[in-house]
Design a protein around this ligand. Structure first.
Ligand code: NAP
Length: 283
């Protein structure tokens, strides 16, 4: 496994396993298989409803805690968010059966963002979250957050895949010390990603699949990837990307697939903001 070093010195695996949309009753099995396949970074969220199942798989694995890198995410909190955030954190930690997190992310740039961040800074200061970061922050919100707080987010987890590459934003984040992490690295298969002829052709040159070519491309750009799968053979395929290297020409060819816009939703879309910002997990 390769690692990236976050802005506070914490080491993070460059490839992990995401559990979004895995139903809670399937998650323990999926995470058990992912750990057996060699994944050590696990990415869940309070909003996914499967933290407890992730925790059971971790416990059952017997893998030493220090070998694991566990991320979960804080859902949108009302103001004043300090107490709500600590409560939400404690619920997540208890669900996972852990005494600390490796990375705690603010899931959306909505609600009492600054109150949530200050509470996350406190959790970080107490060593309960070794690193803190954000997700789904576009540059405008990220820079304001960086400028107006003590701790710069270690990570921004954003939609990043061959059809929405965000290379310019990655450069900007690098200048600010923020690590890019891709969600939806396969675009969840949208736009016929797994049938894309360019990606398939590049993969074939190394006897690799489209999925492997995409994950190699992401990690070779220095982007942390967290592919999701419920199938053990795909978990094994998706982690087997460290024995080949794409050429500059292949990286440049993949760059031509960028459409420059989201395949999911825009966090500036008023209807989407209204829906996400009002949603509460316990509602
Ligand atoms: P994804 O990883 O882009 O795609 C997952 C899809 O690809 C599933 O349908 C999976 O099917 C399929 N797949 C996986 N490996 C494959 C392979 N080798 N060949 C063919 N198909 C394959 O989608 P994602 O789950 O949305 O994103 C990854 C992770 O990012 C999530 O699990 C979550 O942890 C995180 N995420 C975060 C946010 C956020 O707001 N912060 C949003 C979305 C996701 P099978 O399962 O049937 O194999």
């Amino acid at each position: 496994m390769q690692y990236v070093t976050l802005n506070n010195g914490v080491q993070m695996p460059i490839l992990g396993f995401g559990v979004y949309q895995i139903p809670p009753e399937q998650t323990e099995q999926a995470v058990t298989e992912a750990l057996a396949a060699g994944y050590r970074l696990l990415d869940t969220a309070a909003a996914y409803g499967n933290e407890e199942a992730v925790g059971r798989a971790i416990k059952k694995s017997g893998i030493p805690r220090e070998e694991l890198f566990v991320t979960t995410k804080l859902w949108v909190q009302d103001a004043p968010a300090e107490d709500n955030t600590r409560r939400a954190f404690e619920t997540s930690l208890t669900g996972l059966g852990l005494d600390h997190l490796d990375l705690y992310l603010m899931h959306q740039p909505f609600g009492d963002v600054y109150g949530q961040w200050r509470a996350m800074e406190a959790l970080n200061g107490e060593g309960l979250a070794k690193a803190i970061g954000v997700a789904n922050f576009y540059p405008d919100r990220l820079i304001d957050l960086v400028l107006n707080n003590e701790v710069t987010p270690a990570v921004n987890q954003i939609e990043t895949h061959p059809f929405f590459q965000r290379a310019g934003y990655q450069d900007l984040m690098r200048e600010r010390g923020v690590q890019t992490q891709s969600w939806g690295g396969f675009a969840e298969g949208k736009n016929d990603l797994f049938g894309n002829p360019l990606l398939a052709g590049i993969g074939r040159e190394y006897d690799k699949s489209v999925a492997q070519a995409v994950l190699r491309w992401l990690t070779q750009r220095g982007v942390v990837a967290i592919p999701k799968s419920v199938r053990a053979e795909r978990m094994a395929e998706n982690i087997d990307i460290f024995d080949f290297e794409l050429t500059d020409e292949q990286m440049a060819a993949i760059a031509t697939l960028d459409t420059g816009s989201t395949l999911f939703f825009d966090h500036h879309d008023p209807e989407m903001v209204d829906w996400l910002a009002k949603r509460r997990l316990d509602a």
